[in-house]
Design a binder for this molecule. Sequence first.
Ligand SMILES: *Cc1c(COP(=O)(O)O)cnc(C)c1O
Length: 377
Amino acid sequence: MMKAPPLNKLVPAHVLEFEPYIPSKPEDELMRLYGCSRLFRLNNNENPLGPPASAQAVIKRFPPPRASIYPSGDAYHLRRKLALHLGLHPDQFLVGNGANEVIGFVIKAFCQEGDNIITADKTFAVYEWVAKFSGCEARLIPLKDFAFDDEAILEAIDDRTKIVFLCNPNNPTGTYWSERRLRRFLDRINGRQIVVVDEAYFEFVEQADYPDGISMISQYPNLVIFRTFSKMYALAGLRIGYLTGTREVVDIIRRTCVVYSVNTLAQEAALVAMDDPEHIQNTRDMVRRGKALVTRELRRMGLDFVNGEGPFLMIQLPMSDTLAYRKLMAQGVMVRTMTGFRFPNYIRLTIARMEAMKVFVESLAKALPEERAWEGL
Ligand SMILES: *Cc1c(COP(=O)(O)O)cnc(C)c1O
């Protein structure tokens, strides 16, 4: 056998140091492992209502022989549709294999070793990860009152700062910046850095002062907005999301993007998913009802929680989140542990249908330490 490659020499230090993310096991494995016969997936902010009916019809009718044909390399029709919908030019969009993929496009386009990106310490972790394994520094600014801290972010900027990543509303805290606050921040950045606003949960927010980042691009040409079809439109399994900005900025980012990463079925389902206002209404209604039930029961149990925008809640537990995870799994309820998000002893719950919410509340009451369960009765 040949000698093993000298990995210490071949691999850059920032890759050697990076700890890979371990995804959770597939559902069948988990059910066997925890001995449960059904599983409520309340860990990934998936929409349990499924894709809009129009998208389901497209998926059902997809002719299997078309699987042999490469997809449109640049999501041609979808970009035209997005442009029409959002009042921009088709060349202002880059479609990726989930919004996750476009994070990499932006970092590769603007950052080299020694540069830094700025984001929060407790937010969607992929900005930090991609920056780190690309050899860039990720400056993580602590949240203030569970929200992005504009003053501290502005202070952390230096001449190697290329991108500021904001998550609006923030996953996992649900806090958001109002339009006024975002504008004031962008005015003070004054175009010096790229500002990414990740609007993965845009379609869930009904607050009047919540900004539509896409409508602000013409005034703030350093803005890049992310959206996804995974959350509201329930196409997470097909992997499709996009970014948008000015044509000049998007022309730069396009240089780092690998074409053909978005499959045909995803493109075609996304194309029709946008046309279904009833789906959005139904999902918002489900989230409103689910949050009402869960927050009422959490109060009754004396548990603190963080309830903001988006289809999720963060709950503080009087026990370790990993222990709570195992106890809930044994009852067929999967939540997200928050230690990895730097919120030890918190779990994040995805809001779903009533049945799932009731099962969650009952299972949580059983999982809590004894005294706590008594208090709740
Ligand atoms: C889910 C999520 C994404 C990624 O979505 P995909 O399109 O499925 O890759 C991006 N940002 C935030 C804040 C999310 O919660």
